[in-house]
Design a protein around this ligand. Structure first.
Ligand code: AMP
Ligand code: MN
Ligand code: MN
Ligand code: MN
Length: 276
């Protein structure tokens, strides 16, 4: 029988609500037979996820989601089938984690200026050894009554142009793709439509991504419509990139964004998993 793939998901190692073990069990319950754990700028959940997947009898593909700077844009690059121990990758991740932590402190300072105290120390406790993301800040703002929903927290405080937005320079697109390739993995541009790039800019980004050694693009993502899938697949064919599928699952509770709840790839698409 062929595998059911979900190649983009998060655990408590970054901004997911489930531990790596809980995530793997939920994936199995939802019929996924090959899951990639792709936490933001960390591989810390992979060991536990691999063990849980072994027990559950599903395949765990070690992954990561790196935040990459391309000109003034931030792109997310998913690395699949990486060696989590590879020194170049570990060195790169360590730099990203420092950037993340410094940014978190700056976001908290900006919130403090708005009269919202203690965000950094609170989120350090919440995240534990995991990476702090803006989703943590969004949940914090909701829990303190400063926003109705995570989306509302982004709209009021965290998005570009809002009071607690901190412009951030991440590693370059070329470096991120390079680290993934060094670690034996394949690089995939995550959720290509979420950056709201013009046609000119998405093409520019994809040329740079491909030149750096990028091999895939997410054609099917969690909430993609038929039109979204068609457009993403057009990007794939234009730039001769393989197609990936991933829910970008973060937490239970949203029936439209569940592990393994993914449309099929368009006919004729070259699946990224043929490379691993
Ligand atoms: P960061 O990488 O720290 O900037 O955090 C980005 C994460 O925040 C994403 O991976 C999503 O999980 C979450 N996120 C980004 N934008 C939104 C939004 N508009 N509403 C809800 N969550 C969001
Ligand atoms: Mn996230
Ligand atoms: Mn992302
Ligand atoms: Mn993600």
């Amino acid at each position: 029988m062929s595998d059911i793939y979900d190649l983009h998901s998060h655990s408590t190692a970054s901004d997911g609500a489930l531990s790596p073990t809980e995530l793997v069990l939920r994936a199995q319950q939802h019929g996924v037979t090959a899951l990639a754990l792709t936490d933001h700028d960390t591989t810390a959940g992979l060991r536990e996820a691999t063990q849980a997947a072994e027990c559950a009898g599903i395949r765990l593909i070690p992954g990561i989601e790196l935040s990459a700077s391309f000109e003034s844009h931030c792109l997310h690059i998913v690395g699949l089938n990486i060696d989590p121990q590879h020194p170049q990758l570990l060195e790169g991740i360590a730099k990203q984690q420092l950037i993340r932590d410094q940014r978190a402190q700056k976001i908290a300072e900006k919130l403090a200026k708005k009269g919202i105290a203690d965000a950094y120390s609170t989120l350090k406790d919440v995240a534990g050894n995991g990476e702090i993301t803006r989703l943590h800040f969004a949940d914090f703002l909701v829990s303190r009554g400063y926003a109705e929903t995570a989306q509302d927290a982004f709209d009021r405080y965290l998005s570009k142009g809002k009071p607690a937005y901190v412009p951030t320079v991440w590693a370059s697109l070329a470096d991120c793709v390079g680290w993934i390739r060094d670690a034996g993995g394949v690089a995939v541009l995550a959720h290509p439509l979420r950056y709201k790039l013009s046609t000119k800019w998405i093409n520019k980004a994809l040329v740079a991504f491909k030149t750096a050694g990028g091999e895939g693009i997410e054609v099917v993502t969690g909430r993609a419509s038929v039109d979204d899938i068609r457009l993403s697949y057009l990007h794939a064919t234009k730039h001769q990139l393989r197609a990936s599928v991933g829910s970008d699952f973060h937490a239970p509770g949203n029936q439209w964004l569940e592990l393994g709840r993914l449309a099929a790839l368009p006919d004729g698409a070259a699946p990224i998993w043929q490379l691993f």
